[in-house]
Design a protein around this ligand. Structure first.
Ligand code: ADP
Length: 468
């Protein structure tokens, strides 16, 4: 039952709402009950006061006994109560038998109350069954006072029915409203639980579809809250997965092609040598080709291995303070053979004393990669500029060429694994699409960053920083 988030939300909210409403209703009905009995007590007290006044008038002979009785009857009638004046003292109180015979309202429990009243106490009982009146009554007993002291008791009995029916009516109203409130909140809780759990269910079923390799549509983002954010992130993840999957497929296709081509060439030459189709004097040339094809295969496998090493955190940097100019000069000198083929010259712009804290081999690898890309994607007889300057806590490197450039919409993709701008260009340049991804990962491993500025047919500028 509690396995689904919908049930959890629904049951939790319902328990909270039902408890809160029930406690409120219970408190309200209790408060009403207390209030109505307090009111009754106040009204009986004021009746008792009036009775005391009339009794005083009777004692002073201002009223006859008949007038007194008529007054008590009419007051009893208007207040829906029975009023008695009982003259008493401690001795008459002892004679309970005659008390019960003389007074039709006298009940056993009243004897104890009368003792209390004679001690100048007021007695108020909320619900007592009066045998004499054969009904439940509210009872008030107060001392009857004269100048000489307490001379008896004023007793007022009022049927409790009206009060209890008022309380019942009020309880019905309170609990009726509570029930409506519970039903309404239950409805809103149901809608809200559904609103929260439905998108989560949709994300779950979309995730299962993706896991089983099915295609899914983008999830609808219906809110701005965390769940909306989750749907957005899910859609982003889905797109990324699709992108990576298509890159992976493309890569496998390209890599298989790239593995196949040199392997077939190597195989062809070896078969030629074994079958004697290739003459011994052509062996040297054949072995040269076999060597170059083997190197191509090694580069591909090395690139893949290195990228996986960086990304799995196995590759460790061994950093030291390096003289930047010296490093750049050695790279440029080594690149001379490739640049000579295209008649490209490389210009260096770097202070003699500029130093950077980096792993020599890796920084060299980064620069060689960027410079050889610039050479690869440049036309013959152009310049390539390499600039290195101090910038705050970093050394900023720029590798600038006037080559073919990169289209704007491809710029953010070139650092992705296996991405190559043009497949045909790939076969000419022999690239794998891993170079820039390795470069970016190595720069980030140093704590730096890289970005590219480029315009088609005008050239490309690769800018990266390495902390000093
Ligand atoms: P590759 O091994 O194919 O060169 P990279 O990761 O080094 O792979 O580069 C990714 C893609 O970015 C290349 O296929 C190329 O199209 C483009 N690119 C990289 N550097 C340059 C550049 N200097 N000028 C133009 N295009 C470039």
């Amino acid at each position: 039952m509690f396995k689904s988030i919908f049930n959890k939300l629904l049951v939790t909210y319902l328990i909270i709402i039902i408890s809160v409403i029930s406690i409120l209703s219970f408190t309200l009905s209790l408060a009403y009950r207390v209030h109505i009995f307090n009111k009754k007590e106040d009204s009986l007290n004021s009746v008792a006061k009036k009775v005391q006044d009339v009794a005083d008038q009777y004692r002073n002979d201002e009223l006859s006994k008949k007038e007194l009785e008529a007054y008590l009857n009419s007051m009893g009638y208007t207040t829906d109560s029975s009023i008695y004046i009982l003259k008493l003292n401690k001795e008459t109180l002892e004679n309970t038998k005659s008390l019960e015979e003389e007074n039709e309202f006298m009940d056993g429990y009243l004897i104890d109350d009368l003792k209390e009243i004679l001690e100048d106490n007021v007695i108020f009982r909320k619900k007592h069954y009066s045998k004499a009146l054969d009904t439940f009554v509210v009872f008030l007993g107060v001392p009857l006072k004269s100048d000489l002291g307490i001379e008896g008791s004023i007793l007022i009995f009022s049927p409790v029915n009206e009060i209890t029916s008022n309380i019942t009516r009020m309880n019905l109203i309170i609990w009726g409203i509570s029930l409506i409130a519970m039903i309404l909140s239950g409805f809103f809780i149901y809608i809200n639980s559904l609103r929260i759990s439905k998108p989560i269910k949709e994300i779950d079923s979309a995730a299962k579809k993706i896991a089983s390799g099915e295609e899914t549509k983008d999830l609808k983002v219906v809110s701005q809250d965390e769940i909306g954010q989750l749907a957005l992130t899910f859609n982003y993840m889905k797109d990324k997965l699709a992108e990576t999957e298509s890159m992976r497929r493309e890569f496998i296709a390209s890599v298989s092609h790239d593995l196949k081509t040199p392997l077939m060439s190597i195989n062809g030459f070896i078969e030629g040598i074994i079958d004697g189709v290739i003459e011994p004097e052509e062996y040297k040339e054949s072995f040269k080709i076999i060597k170059s094809e083997t190197s191509r295969l090694m580069k591909l496998t090395n690139d893949i291995l290195q990228l996986s090493k960086i990304q799995s955190g196995v590759l460790q940097l061994s950093k030291s303070y390096l003289p930047v100019r010296e490093l750049l000069e050695s790279i440029v000198n080594n690149a001379a053979t490739i640049t000579n083929d295209k008649d490209i010259s490389i210009e260096l712009n770097c202070d003699n004393d500029l130093k950077v804290y980096a792993d020599r081999d890796r920084l060299q690898q980064i620069l060689v990669n960027l410079i050889s890309n610039s050479i690869k994607y440049s036309h013959d007889r152009v310049n390539i500029n390499i600039i290195a300057v101090n910038k705050e806590n970093n050394v900023e490197f720029r590798v600038i060429d006037k080559g073919v450039g990169i289209e704007k919409d491809k710029l953010k993709l070139i650092f992705e694994k296996f991405y190559r701008v043009e497949k045909s260009r790939y076969s000419k340049t022999g690239g794998t699409g891993l170079g820039l991804s390795i470069v970016k990962n190595l720069i980030e491993l140093h704590g730096g960053s890289i970005y590219v500025k480029s315009e088609v047919d005008k050239g490309t500028e690769m800018v990266f920083t390495i902390p000093k």
